[in-house]
Write a protein that binds this ligand. Structure first.
Ligand code: NAD
Length: 296
């Protein structure tokens, strides 16, 4: 089994920047690609902030932070990923966009490069089949925030080879994560169960069952959840939640995966959660304040 030394990450948003951070912190030479310099600068600033918090808490030394940053390179050209041993893709949840990237990488990367998608709701097979390396294609589904969340779902398709699966599983472990094996169905394990719950929470809010903070507090105190479902959606990104819901409703044809109109109105109004500063809560206030619902 070829050792993984060089990591490539495509997408430097919420997830891609987190994946690049943990790869660099774990000692891998890491290159991360996004479409423009301002997006990369934002991702880099997020990584600096996260590493800074770890130094403040004493989780890592300032020398380890500097060494991690030295292992990270930010690029705008996909061609700069051509010498990587593994590519982890974390771009916007859109199959056509992802496949365009995979086809190009398939042309430029050597046969030994393992391909891994961080998709939340698309099947890995629907990407693997557009390449000539369906046996070297897996899912590596990380959780947000990546530096804090221990789980990675490692997904094998019908065509993933045993060696590729083992390489991916070992890679997840070498990042300090706890891998679980999942089969290739939309939502894998966690989102299959979590997404209907989150959408139900938005429906409860839409129906006026309770206020935003009371829905969140009820699930925290009543069920021991570390974060309420409306706060969690703000964390994930409401645009991402709606994209995932749309893909899952197509895949399963079940109403419970249907995004409620309230969520779509919020996304249309630019209220995407923490990343835009406003979602169910307004993050310009400290502590964040619940916001009026976007009306019809
Ligand atoms: P995001 O919107 O924060 O980031 C997506 C990034 O992709 C953006 O920076 C965008 O500029 C970039 N991008 C778009 N086209 C690109 C291209 N051609 N080349 C390189 N980069 C490009 O989204 P995110 O939350 O980081 O989600 C990314 C992926 O991770 C999605 O597949 C999502 O389903 C999955 N995911 C998200 C979460 C979550 O909690 N948000 C959790 C697990 C998995």
């Amino acid at each position: 089994m070829t050792a993984i030394r060089k990591v490539g990450v495509v997408g430097c948003g919420l997830m891609g920047s987190g994946i690049a951070q943990v790869a660099a912190t774990a000692g891998f030479d890491t290159v991360v690609r996004d479409v423009s310099q301002p997006v990369l600068d934002r991702g880099r600033a997020g990584i600096l902030k996260s590493l800074g918090r770890m130094v403040d808490k004493g989780t890592i030394t300032s020398a380890a932070r500097d060494a991690s940053l030295a292992r990270l390179r930010f690029v705008t050209e996909l061609a700069d990923l051509k010498d990587r041993d593994i590519i982890v893709e974390a771009v916007t949840e859109d199959l056509d966009l992802k496949n365009e990237i995979w086809r190009e990488l398939d042309r430029t990367c050597p046969p030994g490069t393992l391909f891994a998608s961080n998709t939340s709701s698309l099947t890995i097979g629907s990407m693997a089949e557009t390449t000539r390396r369906a046996d070297r294609f897996v899912g590596l589904h990380f959780f947000n925030p990546v530096p804090m969340m221990p789980l990675v779902e490692v997904v094998r398709t019908a065509t993933t080879s045993a060696e590729s699966f083992e390489r991916a599983y070992a890679f997840a472990r070498s990042l300090g994560k706890e891998p679980v094996a999942a089969t290739d169905s939309p939502g894998f394990i966690v989102n299959l169960l979590l997404v209907p719950f989150l959408l139900d929470a938005a429906r409860a809010r839409e129906r006026g069952t309770a206020s935003t903070p009371d829905i969140d507090r009820a699930m925290q105190l009543g069920c021991g959840h570390p974060m309420g479902p409306l706060s969690l959606m703000d964390y994930i990104g409401l645009d991402t939640v709606v994209r995932i819901a749309d893909i899952m409703v197509d895949a399963y044809g079940e109403d419970r995966y249907e995004a409620p109109a309230l969520l779509r109105r919020m996304v249309d109004a630019g209220h995407h959660g923490r990343k835009t500063g406003k979602g169910f809560y307004d993050y310009s206030a400290d502590p964040p304040k619940p916001v009026e619902l976007v009306s019809r």
